[in-house]
Write a protein that binds this ligand. Structure first.
Ligand code: ADP
Ligand code: MG
Length: 608
């Protein structure tokens, strides 16, 4: 299956960026290029392995494929969503139980129908286990899921799977009765799941997993419901694990509690961290390793738990490097493909002279009525314990403008953005957008209403391409042309370039480009000029000045760099110690003696 799903960046980027009409043709070519080798391998394995392998090895091959399906469930929850779930085999046990129960009852439909039913039965349990994940993460989540795995162990040990007492083994479908034929069935199920999961990964929810894994704050700022993102990850991974459990009962005829033991869950988790089963080749490798390791330990008369310990030790290494083996391989391949693009594009836009503007962009969706108050902040107050970060702050961002918000370090600028965008609930005062109060809304709801923010420290998932990041933040698949245009406007390299090879300054520009690409009513930018040279800052200021007219987005700009502020903002508000000390036309305010006094010490005097 190597070289599939996210294999070559152009193949993946193309379908996301084309309108539905042309998508079909490109999709066909892209999908063929991405999936062709993997599907070819699958067909070859189905034809060759049952014909040439001795019976025992065919049995092992089935075990490997069942393991690969279980790995796919780890791929969703651990690989994509980054949650530490240690109870995937408990979901598998539910799938196995349902399939065996239906088998015992001679339910209609047969194994091929019972299999997805087993998967579905695991879904509500997956969602229930996912609920604590809304509040806790990391090791704490691992403890909760481990607790569930342990209690499932206890229940399973105390009872038997259906059919055990009656000695009624699972009846495989006539077509897949032999081990060789059953191997073909497991490959089919794996391929179907891989295609389904790849499709899910392309949806907004699927992409949101990557962002939630990287930064829940950033995800919320982009209008992503973290709750929905996490619960769907649990639901889908439980479904896949349930299918895996069902397949296992088809493999063994009858299962025992030991097949789903908590220690096995742990060992598979370690394998998942190490290998990266969200990539199909990783899932296969995990399944094969698992099957071979079990056999090897068996042959050497060693306890099976030793395998888990070995994998656990190696997984620690993977955790330290922060990336699975298959991700590393793919990242290097992407990087090799993107380097020429990066070198072909001019590294940065000319820092002096008029701002570069390679091509016209589409007209804004709804041109704002210039001058009418759009974002209004009244009497805003925020306290952190004894610290009064904001006190009775009034601020207006009129439609069609770039409004500056300046002030020395610690003045409360970032706090204002945090309160306005819903990250600091419980503030005093009111925030309205286009006359609608926002005060009761969550950050993601405010984002969907038309507020987008950037953070002072950028948090962009490095495994994304720039285009994929734009799509996540904008909440829609941007056409290729639009993505390239907006990136070029802000001086970022071509859309297919992966984020991890961008320097910090370019990532900040990408963050700004993405916030604007979402076409919010107001973009709140927290020091976008940080990390840029003086000339680049000035260039950015000139570009920001044109954002309202060009993209239909009004801007609240928090900045330190006075040249940038002068270039971008017609009006500014000055904060000092949480109080507004001046507001008005930029040049007047910057000439104000009070403002100059507040700034002395933080900015060289002659720049004011
Ligand atoms: P600015 O962005 O203007 O540099 P901030 O808004 O980050 O300033 O901070 C304003 C004040 O609030 C500072 O005194 C800062 O120490 C304090 N502050 C900000 N965030 C927190 C927090 N989470 N907890 C406690 N104090 C905070
Ligand atoms: Mg700040």
């Amino acid at each position: 299956m190597s070289g599939s799903r996210t294999g070559t960046p152009p193949a993946e980027a193309a379908p996301a960026g084309v309108p539905p009409g042309r998508a079909a043709g490109l999709l066909g070519a892209g999908v063929l290029r991405a999936w062709g080798p993997g599907l070819g391998l699958a067909v070859a394995a189905c034809v060759l392995l049952p014909a040439v392998l001795p019976a025992y090895w065919i049995y092992l091959a089935v075990a490997a494929m069942v393991g690969a399906v279980l790995m796919q469930s780890y791929g969703v929850i651990v690989g994509r969503a980054g949650m530490m779930s240690l109870c995937q085999l408990s979901f598998a046990a539910i799938g196995a139980w349902v399939v065996l129960r239906l088998n015992l009852a001679d339910a209609p439909g047969g194994f091929l129908l019972w299999l997805p039913l087993g998967g579905l039965a695991a879904v509500p349990v997956g969602v229930a286990i996912g609920l604590p994940a809304l509040r806790i993460r990391g090791v704490n989540l691992a403890v909760v899921t481990l607790g569930f795995a342990v209690s499932t162990d206890i229940v399973l040990n105390a009872s038997q799977f259906p059919g055990t007492a009656e000695l009624k083994a699972l009846a495989r479908p006539a077509l897949f009765r032999s081990d060789g034929a059953y191997f073909v069935l497991t490959v089919l199920v794996f391929v179907l799941l891989a295609i389904g999961l790849a499709a899910v990964n392309r949806t907004r929810v699927g992409r949101s997993w990557l962002e939630v894994r990287h930064s829940e704050r950033a995800a919320a700022a982009h209008g992503i419901s973290v709750t929905r993102s996490k619960l769907t990850a649990f639901a889908i991974s439980a479904f896949v694990a349930g299918i895996g459990g069902g397949l296992m009962s088809g493999q063994l005829g009858l299962v025992v509690s030991g097949n789903f033991a908590m220690m096995q869950s742990l060992a598979l988790f370690a394998v998942a961290v190490l290998i990266g089963p969200h990539n199909p080749e990783g899932a296969i490798a995990g399944g094969v390793f698992g099957a071979l390791m079990a056999t090897l330990l068996d042959r050497l008369h060693l306890p099976q738990d030793l395998g888990g310990i070995l994998f656990g030790a190696t997984a620690v290494l993977a955790l330290r490097s922060g990336m699975s083996q298959t991700d590393l391989v793919r990242l290097r391949r992407r990087e090799r493909a993107a380097r020429p693009l990066l070198e072909a594009a001019s590294p940065t836009t000319p820092p002096t002279g008029p701002p570069t503007d390679p091509s016209p962009s589409p007209a804004p969706a709804s041109p704002p009525v210039a001058g009418a108050p759009l974002l209004e902040v009244r009497g805003l107050g925020v306290r952190f314990g004894e610290v009064v970060a904001l006190d009775q702050v009034d601020l207006t961002v009129p439609a069609g403008t770039v409004t500056g918000l300046i002030g020395p370090n610690g003045a409360g600028k970032s706090t204002l953005i945090g309160a306005v965008t819903g990250f600091l609930p419980g503030y005093a005062g009111t925030v309205t957008l286009d006359g609608e109060p926002l005060d009761r809304l969550t950050p993601s709801a405010r984002a969907r209403r038309g507020l987008r923010r950037t953070f002072q420290t950028t948090a962009i998932a490095p495994e994304l391409t720039q285009h994929e990041y734009l799509d996540i933040v904008a909440g829609r698949a941007l056409p290729e042309r639009e993505a390239e245009q907006i990136l070029a406007f802000f001086g970022c390299p071509p859309a297919a370039v992966p984020v991890h090879i961008l320097d910090a300054g370019t990532r900040r520009l990408l963050d700004v480009a993405a916030a604007i690409a979402a076409r919010p009513a107001v973009a709140l930018l927290d020091e976008p000029g940080a990390g840029q040279s003086a000339a680049e800052s000035l260039d950015l200021g000139r570009k920001l000045a044109r954002v309202p007219e060009r993209f239909g987005v009004s801007v609240l700009l928090v900045e330190h760099d006075m040249d940038l502020v002068r270039a971008a903002c017609a009006t500014v508000t000055v904060l000092d110690h949480g109080l507004v000390i001046a507001t008005g036309p930029t040049d007047d305010v910057l000439a104000d003696p009070g403002v100059r006094a507040a700034y002395l010490g933080t900015v060289v005097e002659e720049t004011l």
